[in-house]
Design a protein around this ligand. Structure first.
Ligand SMILES: *Cc1c(COP(=O)(O)O)cnc(C)c1O
Length: 408
């Protein structure tokens, strides 16, 4: 069935797979490393690329293909490349498009290990990188060099929640012959489609919204055109960072409900963000859906919704953040996001601990920032949970600085 004309919820269910010869309605798990050839001529034709078919699972596998075709259709791209993790998708992009002497412009608050991989590993091979606040496209223009091959943006970014103007940045990058890669993990293809806005490659940690059930680590790349697709696929195959068929089966299963999960989670998030703004312990709330968010209007234009990631700053700073995290009961203290369960974490001591305090400030967040990834629980329970945990925060801050010495 051609799914091009279908809406996104129909694509989520139908794109990339139709019942196979057995009639199996759900995608079968082809748990095999290798595929038998009909005869020597068939094997030769597959290797020569003269015939479509499967050779070996690192190169391609029908279960993995179902996922790749589904996400490629959601992103309006020409092909998907599933990878073992989000980070292996990042590594594949770097390997595919960079060489010694090349330069990258990237979002300053990009995912910690994405920056680490570039600054610690690719730098050893002579790749240069510049990190700027890409929420102002002019910063990208100023950072471009004659050897800039890649503009790598994350929007919305983590945990600053800054939104970058993908179309404006693509215009700037393309004028200088650089490719634009967008890490679309935080938005998911349900809320944002960077290829439609001018990006060349989209990247996801499928660990987050795409799988959505906190039981798989994986990644995927979607390319705008066949040449980029071929290049990325070739690097994935030779570096061996392919996804596994069982992993792909779980992701396909989780992906089907992306639309209803995202809708419910963002409805919860909007209510929680507005409520948080009114709590006396809270100094600042960053949620893209709030009018107070600096790029709210851009997000409205560029995305189909505001998602379910909230960052907020407690008046009591670092210590208050820790108290809050130690006292939530419905939300779970854990890194990651995009699952059905609500997670809370402290970027400065956890996900972004490898950045210096100065780099954290430059990336637009403070040491007292709390990241709250809203799930699909009942919103009343999440709010009551936050309120009782905030009571511990205010009880602590009202305590006298020095304990009474006591009576004799
Ligand atoms: C989690 C994450 C990654 C890395 O993905 P893994 O699946 O953990 O390897 C990359 N980018 C963003 C924005 C992420 O949240």
């Amino acid at each position: 069935m051609d799914t091009k004309h279908l809406g996104i919820n129909s694509k989520l269910i139908h794109a990339g797979y139709k019942p196979d010869a057995t009639g199996s309605v759900s995608v079968p798990i082809y748990q095999t490393s290798t595929f038998a050839f009909k005869n020597a001529a068939h094997g030769a034709a597959l290797f020569a690329g003269e015939e479509d078919g499967y050779i070996y699972t690192r190169i391609g596998n029908p279960t993995i293909k179902a996922l790749e075709e589904n996400v490629a259709s959601l992103e309006n791209g020409c092909g998907g490349i599933a990878t073992s993790s989000g980070m292996s998708a990042v590594c594949t992009v770097y390997l595919a498009f960079l060489e010694s002497g090349a330069h990258v412009v990237s979002t300053a608050s990009v995912y910690g290990p994405t920056r680490g991989l570039m600054e610690k590993e690719f730098a050893r091979f002579g790749v240069q990188s510049t990190y700027v606040d890409t929420s102002d496209a002019e910063n990208v223009r100023h950072a471009m060099k004659p050897n800039t091959r890649l503009v790598y943006i994350e929007s919305p970014a983590n945990p600053s929640m800054q939104v970058s103007d993908i179309a404006a940045i693509a215009t700037i990058a393309h004028a200088q012959g650089a490719l634009v890669v967008v890490d679309n993990t935080f938005a998911s293809p349900y809320l944002q489609r960077p290829l439609d806005l001018g990006a060349d490659v989209v990247l996801h940690s499928v660990t987050k919204f795409i799988n959505g059930h906190a039981d798989v680590v994986g990644g995927i790349l979607v390319a705008k055109d066949p040449a980029l697709y071929k290049r990325l696929r070739s690097v994935m195959i030779s570096s061996g960072c392919n996804m596994d068929p069982h992993q792909a089966f779980l992701v396909v299963r989780g992906l089907k409900t992306l639309g209803i999960r995202v809708e419910r989670a963002q409805q919860n998030a909007m209510e929680i963000a507005r409520w948080l703004e009114e709590q006396p312990e809270v100094a600042m709330v960053r949620y893209i859906g709030l009018e107070s968010h600096p790029q709210h209007e851009l997000a409205k234009r560029q995305m189909n919704g505001y998602g379910s990631m909230i960052s907020f700053e407690l008046k009591g700073g670092f210590e208050a953040g820790r108290t809050l995290m130690d006292n939530v009961r419905v939300a779970t203290l854990a890194v990651s996001l995009g699952g059905v369960e609500t997670l809370i974490e402290h970027p400065a001591s956890m996900t972004h601990a490898s950045m210096s305090p100065e780099a954290r400030r430059a990336a637009g967040f403070t040491d007292g920032l709390v990241r709250y990834a809203v799930g699909i629980e009942d919103v009343e329970d999440l709010i009551a949970d936050l309120r009782q945990a905030l009571d511990f925060v205010s009880a602590k801050s009202n305590k006298p600085k020095h304990e009474p010495v006591g009576t004799l």
